[in-house]
Write a protein that binds this ligand. Structure first.
Ligand code: AMP
Ligand code: DBH
Length: 535
């Protein structure tokens, strides 16, 4: 058992095993069996690299041995901050085989997030890259390592030291417990800082296996990883792990723009990929004037934020493929429209859960009573791959989960009589910036660290391209006159992901809503968001 992990009740776990959901296989063991089934087929392509399943298996085996020789021991955590490069896979499978838990950071994260993630997980190391998208990741990782006591080592993919580790003579290592925590995923969060999500081999493999089946992946499928692979969507829905599971190839796109993606779709005959709605819109537009051959593309998954009917209708005709909507969360539950669902379901809903054992409740947010099908309410869920608690977050868990283990997703949904869910809104204090989640409180805390800021409230405002973007209302301390650009620069300078820097800043004498004197931040945000929508 992993400290800080809330396990499923023993009876429930036994039921998931008896149902065949949890099969007692680790990711490391999975790769071994994939290598024997698909040895000389292509597993991953990216840049000048092209590895077969056998080569990937060998590199992951050596990596595990190298990590063990470097002193990493089973149960330790290591932050992985890698962009879409083939080495993502041997690193992660290497850690899994060594029993070390990867902690997934996004390439967009900067010092502030990395410090939090490393500190919260008590990470023993950080695996990163050199420069990527004009940011020196090695420098940031070294700074974080210097003031995080637990971090002993920073490894830089592509460096000589890293290559030596990846070439270590392979040796047998004990397979970790498949019921134990395999890795820590990040939540978009709605309170202060991102929470860590402990996922087990058993539970995650179930969602990966079923996702691969639902998305009809087969050995001759080719999956394009367009979004950053550490994110739960391109990792597992069905993502690179679903592709591997099916014996299919993954192509790592360095960037998700239409030019890059279309070039790779043509060159590698990509059959399936996944994007967030703003990217889908950009691809739809670009498809009209591309000279690239996109005819291999069969399925485009769209998720991470709501894909409206208008956009949904344009995808098939523009890209010559089938749309599959996906509504998921790193905490667990993933819903898909099925490839044989009627058109209206595909265009209008965000799908239905992976598993018949996913328990769904739609409740009145005030009373907690279940609402009838067709009415909107707050989505609660419990099931064979949905966590029962965040990692080392006892206090937060008391409100994020019900007493009987349902996760409060913070999403407002409507359920059709057929069990499909339509996402209609959100009850959590989060801005969904085209699939990138921004916790209002986290940004407010950064703003309030500025000496001229007395109070701040961050809310979503509608945006035609992103769906939503962030607006920060800021009340200055008496006599101070901070400007929007100054505050944006300040937040950026605190070392946060660029997508968290407020898009709009309104400096106001007092919060421009009446009667907020004594209301909670939550009510204030709701009133400001309503005001911002009207402006
Ligand atoms: P996270 O908990 O950070 O993994 O983010 C998951 C959240 O993203 C969900 O709870 C939803 O709020 C949002 N989300 C994901 N997919 C969709 C979708 N297809 N439509 C609307 N919201 C989505
Ligand atoms: O937004 C998400 O977190 C998400 C979207 C689609 C996700 O975690 C997933 C599919 O698995």
């Amino acid at each position: 058992m992993t400290a800080g992990h809330v396990p499923w009740p023993p009876g429930t776990a036994a039921r998931y095993r008896a149902a065949g959901h949890w099969r007692g296989q680790t990711f490391g063991a999975l790769l071994t069996s994939l290598a024997s089934a698909y040895g000389d087929r292509t597993a991953v392509v990216g840049g000048a690299t092209r590895w077969t399943f056998a080569e990937l298996d060998d590199r992951a085996h050596r990596m595990a041995s190298g990590l063990a020789a470097a002193g990493f021991v089973a149960g330790e955590r290591v932050v992985v901050q890698l962009p879409n490069v083939p080495d993502f896979l041997p690193v992660v499978f290497g850690l899994w085989r060594a029993g070390v838990l990867p902690v997934f950071a996004l390439p967009a994260h900067r010092g502030s997030e990395l410090r939090h993630i490393a500190g919260q997980s008590g990470a023993a190391g950080i695996i990163t890259v050199g420069e990527h998208e004009r940011h020196d990741h090695t420098a940031t990782a070294r700074e974080v390592a210097a003031d995080t006591a637990s971090v002993r080592r920073v490894l830089v993919a592509g460096s000589e030291e890293f290559e030596a580790l990846a070439a270590t003579a392979p040796r047998e290592l004990p397979d970790p417990d498949p019921a134990g925590v395999a890795f820590l995923q990040l939540s978009g969060g709605s309170t202060g800082l991102p929470k860590l999500i402990p996922r087990t081999h058993d539970d995650y493999l179930y969602s990966v296996r079923e996702s691969a089946r639902i998305c009809a992946l087969r050995p001759d499928s080719v999956y394009l990883a367009a979004l950053p692979v550490a994110h739960n969507f391109p990792l597992s829905s069905p993502g690179v792990l679903g592709a591997l599971h099916a014996g299919a190839a993954t192509v790592m796109a360095p960037r998700p723009d239409a030019d890059t993606a279309f070039r790779l779709i043509e060159a590698e005959r990509v059959t399936i990929t996944g994007v967030v709605p703003p990217l889908a819109a950009a691809w739809v537009q670009a498809a009209g004037r591309t000279g690239r051959d996109l005819s291999s593309l069969e399925v485009l998954l769209v998720g991470g934020a709501k894909c409206g009917r208008e956009l949904a209708e344009r995808i098939g005709p523009a890209l010559g493929c089938r749309l599959q909507q996906v509504f998921g969360m790193a905490e667990g539950l993933v819903c898909y429209t099925r490839l044989d669902d009627p058109e209206d379901i595909v265009l209008e809903t965000q799908g239905r859960p992976i598993s018949l054992d996913d328990e769904i409740r739609v409740v009145d947010p005030e009373t907690g009573e279940d609402v009838p099908d067709g009415a909107s309410g707050a989505l609660l869920t419990r099931g064979p791959y949905t966590i029962r608690g965040y990692y080392r977050a006892e206090e937060h868990n008391a409100t994020a989960f019900t007493g009987d283990g349902f996760y409060r997703t913070g999403d407002l949904v409507r359920r059709t009589p057929g069990g499909h869910l339509e996402v209609v809104g959100r009850a959590k204090e989060q801005i969904n910036r085209g699939g990138e989640k921004v916790a209002a409180e986290e940004v407010e805390n950064h703003l309030m660290a500025h000496p001229a800021v007395l109070d701040a409230a961050v809310v979503a405002v509608p945006d035609p391209y992103l769906g939503e973007r962030t607006c920060a209302y800021v009340v200055p301390v008496a006599g101070a006159e901070p400007t929007g650009p100054e505050l944006r620069t300040f937040v950026r300078g605190r070392g946060v992901a660029a997508f968290k820097v407020p898009d709009l800043v309104q400096v106001v004498g007092e919060f421009p809503v009446t009667g907020v004197g004594k209301t909670s931040k939550r009510e204030l945000r709701a009133a400001l968001a309503a005001l911002a929508r009207k402006e």
